[in-house]
Design a binder for this molecule. Structure first.
Ligand SMILES: [Mg+2]
Length: 429
């Protein structure tokens, strides 16, 4: 068996995305993703996916060049090889990431997001070569299914007039009744029993009303609200006071560890984050100050599936809960998320996934949710297969784009509808 990486293929694509609202703006009609393939000398191919914005592509290309000739099993070396690739300083703003809403942007975060796709692709290839599923390479699954939550969004019925976009069949959701209707459809179609609402879009009182409406429509179902750090500490405490009893947890009510610690000290409502704990370096302060009670892992942030497991172990050591965050992603990443989640003991909260919002994929067969759960594949590797025709179509869309959509920018997408829109200062309320 020859596990040497003989070829690496990078395919940037644009995938349809509905007009989902968040505190910074609205999703673009198409979102960039990068599909990574590694092929061994024996012709075994593994796949991974990550963010597709130019800053990630600029890193992925030289990184891919350095991997040829290395074994796909050389997973630890991915990080040292990534460190050898220079990051263009102009690509690192030092500000809060626009599209990903993942805290302050750094060169290391960029590197880890790129490594994540290659690590998943290498694990997929290694698993296929050995005839073993990825979860076995991670030490073995401790559950046969992974539970996901319905990811509810305020949304428009359509992207702004005149903007080329795919039609989605979800309609608008701009008030409590619309949110409840969306949740009902999620439950009917996929069987989800946990509901997360992306907040920070409307003044807190309106979002409090939406959570109350959800609680009334779905009694006993776990609910979460995530305003992406849009609130001040007093506002966070007011919301916690009013609807804390209805929530499984409150996600990133305020921005940054100091503010989260202040909120956490004055409420019993558990706080979750995918914004103030996004790297190993950020763990110490957050855990020492008891700023968060649940960390929402994301293998794209943390540098892959093995680092996600390491994060889970640290959380377990400190008695902090673990679950999973999601950004716009396709089936390759959902498969990767499911494999790693299946190996994590103490996963007490349903994971987030945007997947139901993505009508397009690059797989021959879409992954499915039954009773809100994805069955863990026991097939070799990730258990998914690339649809090359679909990949070509979505890559063609990327090639045909004049550059306007190649960088995800929710504020710019919002300005198409509202030319006066500026990214709101934080805290917004
Ligand atoms: Mg979040």
């Amino acid at each position: 068996m020859n596990l040497t990486i003989a070829d690496v293929r990078l395919t940037p694509i644009l995938v349809a995305d509905p007009p989902l609202l968040n505190t910074r703006g609205v999703h673009q009609p198409y979102t960039p993703r990068l599909i990574v393939e590694v092929e061994t000398a024996d012709g075994v191919t593994g796949v991974g996916e990550t963010y597709g914005d130019t800053k990630y592509l600029e890193l992925a290309r030289p990184f891919a060049g350095k991997l040829r000739g290395r074994p796909v099993s050389d997973l630890n070396a991915l990080f040292t090889v990534a460190d050898e690739v220079a990051v263009d300083a102009s690509r690192v703003s030092g500000k809060v990431d626009v599209g990903g809403l993942r805290g302050v942007q750094t060169a290391d975060k960029l590197r880890l997001s790129v490594v994540s796709a290659f690590e998943v692709a290498c694990l997929d290839a290694l698993g296929k070569a050995l005839g073993l599923p990825v979860h076995t390479l991670l030490g073995g699954k401790v559950r046969d299914t992974v539970e996901y939550s319905a990811y509810l969004f305020y949304k428009w019925a359509d992207h702004p007039e005149g903007v080329p976009a795919e039609k989605d069949g979800w309609g608008a959701a701009l008030d409590p009744a619309g949110v409840v209707e969306q949740a009902r459809r999620f439950k009917e179609r996929y069987g989800f029993t946990s509901f997360k609402l992306k907040g920070g879009v409307f003044p807190p009182d309106q979002e409090i009303a939406a959570v109350r409406a959800l609680a009334e429509a779905f009694p006993g179902h776990p609910l979460r609200l995530d305003p992406n750090g849009a609130w001040s500490v007093p506002t966070s405490l007011k919301v916690a006071d009013e609807i804390g009893g209805l929530l499984e947890y409150l996600e990133d009510p305020a921005l940054g560890t100091p503010a989260m610690a202040e909120v956490a000290a004055r409420t019993d409502v558990p706080l979750a984050t995918n914004m103030c704990v996004t790297t190993f370096a950020e763990i110490k302060e957050a855990f020492t100050r008891d700023a968060v009670q649940v960390v929402l892992s994301d293998h794209h942030y943390w540098g892959g599936l093995r680092n996600t497991r390491q994060l889970a172990e640290i959380c377990r050591t400190f008695g902090v809960g673990i679950s999973m965050h999601s950004n716009t992603h396709l089936g390759i990443s959902l498969a990767a998320m499911t494999h790693v989640a299946s190996t994590v003991p103490g996963l007490h909260h349903a994971c987030d996934s945007h997947y139901p919002w993505q009508s397009e994929d690059v797989l021959t067969e879409r992954l499915t949710f039954h009773e809100g759960k994805v069955t863990v594949s026991d097939a070799p590797g990730l258990g998914v297969a690339l649809d090359r025709d679909r990949l070509r179509v979505l890559h063609r869309r990327w090639l045909d784009d004049d550059g306007a959509l190649r960088e995800r920018d929710d504020a710019a997408a919002m300005r198409v509808a509202d030319p006066d829109w500026v990214t709101p200062a934080v805290p917004r309320w």
